[in-house]
Design a protein around this ligand. Structure first.
Ligand code: PLP
Length: 391
């Protein structure tokens, strides 16, 4: 199997697995499995592992450890940013803040936004351009139209998971701040791959997740600027400074830390490698008749290439992915969270692609383990699958 679906998830790095195993059972490391809230030696060791991991992850974001809240992943971190902020504002002022976001966000942002709208929050959906990018002028105009509405929240993803398109986050955050808005960015696809330091992005809240960078599934984090208070979504124990109750999953947190450190130390080399592999993939795919590149050439993540076809109306999007699978190549037709349903991708639709083309997209996403031979075989497989469908 050739795995070219790394934006959906990545295999665990062996170094990460080794570090996690140390915290799973008693035999491997004293009382390594202990509850980090327990007072005995085992608990204290677990506590040290959690807090040292937090410190290192915080450092990668240029943040203070107390500004990092561990969550069950990117989805929970996005939910917490949006709902936690809205609920806090409502409980303190008696009015909901306005939420501004884009039509190309991940469902982990769009669905909480829909939920908040049902509670009475005004949600403003901003258009993206043909590359899937939000222009700061659009945000400026939308914020201007709100007039004196206090403390809106803006949520715009750093890079899109389907296309790799990167948003001008620093400019967007600055624009938001000019209007007194709080700025959240979903950096699930960029953490470990580009600079996501909060001072470089200017973001007040940043979502990250471990399983996109060869870490374990079920762990992520939200960076929250220390000036911002959120309403907790999970009430229970006093973990995460009373912001998220629940026994800390020490092995997942340790695995997250290991994966983040590995991603940081290999980032420059990986970027160069995947950039040249994607350039090769572009060249090979361009030879397939009617191919249309969805991922822009400029300001896009180096490891994602999304393509569709000019004659998509006569091609079956689902059959493309199944055909690739039968060829032994794992790719995706957009967000993994929506595959299984045959809806055209909401991201590609927001970019203005016709429904058939938005349905027939194929996303290749690479990792630091991808080889040139896999790229050549993957491109050849797509040529065969499309060729068979056109016959
Ligand atoms: N946001 C983006 C941009 C993603 O790509 C994903 C992953 O599918 C998520 C959020 C959800 O993250 P998680 O799977 O860690 O809940």
């Amino acid at each position: 199997m050739i795995y070219l679906d790394n934006s959906a998830t990545t295999p665990l790095a062996p170094e990460v697995a080794r570090r996690m195993n140390r915290w799973r059972d008693e035999a491997s490391m004293g009382a390594g499995f202990a509850n980090a809230s327990s007072a005995h030696r085992g608990g204290q060791r677990a506590r040290v592992e959690v807090e040292e991991s937090r410190e290192r992850i915080a450092m990668l974001l240029g943040a203070e450890p107390k500004e990092i809240i561990f969550t069950s992943g990117g989805t929970e971190a996005d939910n917490y940013a949006l709902k936690g902020y809205a609920l806090k504002e409502y409980s303190e002022r008696g009015i909901w803040p306005v939420l501004l976001t884009t039509r190309a966000e991940h469902h982990a942002v769009l669905h909480p936004a829909e939920f908040l709208a049902r509670l009475g929050v005004q949600v403003v959906y901003l258009d993206v351009d043909a590359d899937g990018r939000l222009h700061p002028d659009l945000l400026r105009a939308a914020l201007g139209r709100l007039g004196s509405m206090p403390h809106p929240i803006v949520s715009v993803m750093h890079a899109n998971n389907e296309t790799g398109t990167i948003n001008p986050i620093a400019q967007l955050a600055q624009t938001a701040h000019e209007f007194g808005a709080v700025f959240h960015t979903d950096a699930v696809q960029t953490f470990g791959k580009t600079n996501v330091r909060h001072d470089a992005l200017g973001a007040d809240m940043i979502t990250i997740s471990a399983h996109k960078i060869h870490g374990p599934k079920g762990i992520g984090a939200l960076y929250v600027n220390k000036e911002i208070e959120l309403e907790a979504l999970l009430h229970g124990g006093a973990q995460e400074r009373n912001r998220r109750g629940g026994t800390e999953p020490v092995e997942l947190i340790a695995g997250f830390d290991e994966a983040a450190a590995l991603a940081a130390s290999t980032q420059a080399e990986t970027t160069e490698r995947v950039r040249s592999l994607v350039a090769l993939l572009r060249t090979l795919l361009a030879e397939i008749e009617g191919v249309r590149f969805v991922t822009p050439h400029e300001a896009a993540l180096p490891h994602i290439l999304n393509v569709t076809f000019n004659d998509a109306a006569t091609l079956d999007g689902e059959a493309l992915i199944v055909g690739m699978d039968l060829e032994g190549v794992a790719v995706s037709n957009g967000s993994a969270c929506t595959s299984g349903s045959i809806q055209p991708s909401h991201v590609l639709s927001a970019m203005g692609l016709p429904p058939a083309q938005a349905k027939a997209a194929v996303r290749f996403s690479l990792s630091r383990y991808t080889t040139e031979q896999e790229i050549r075989n993957g491109a050849e497989a797509l040529r065969r699958v499309v060729g068979r469908m056109r016959r």
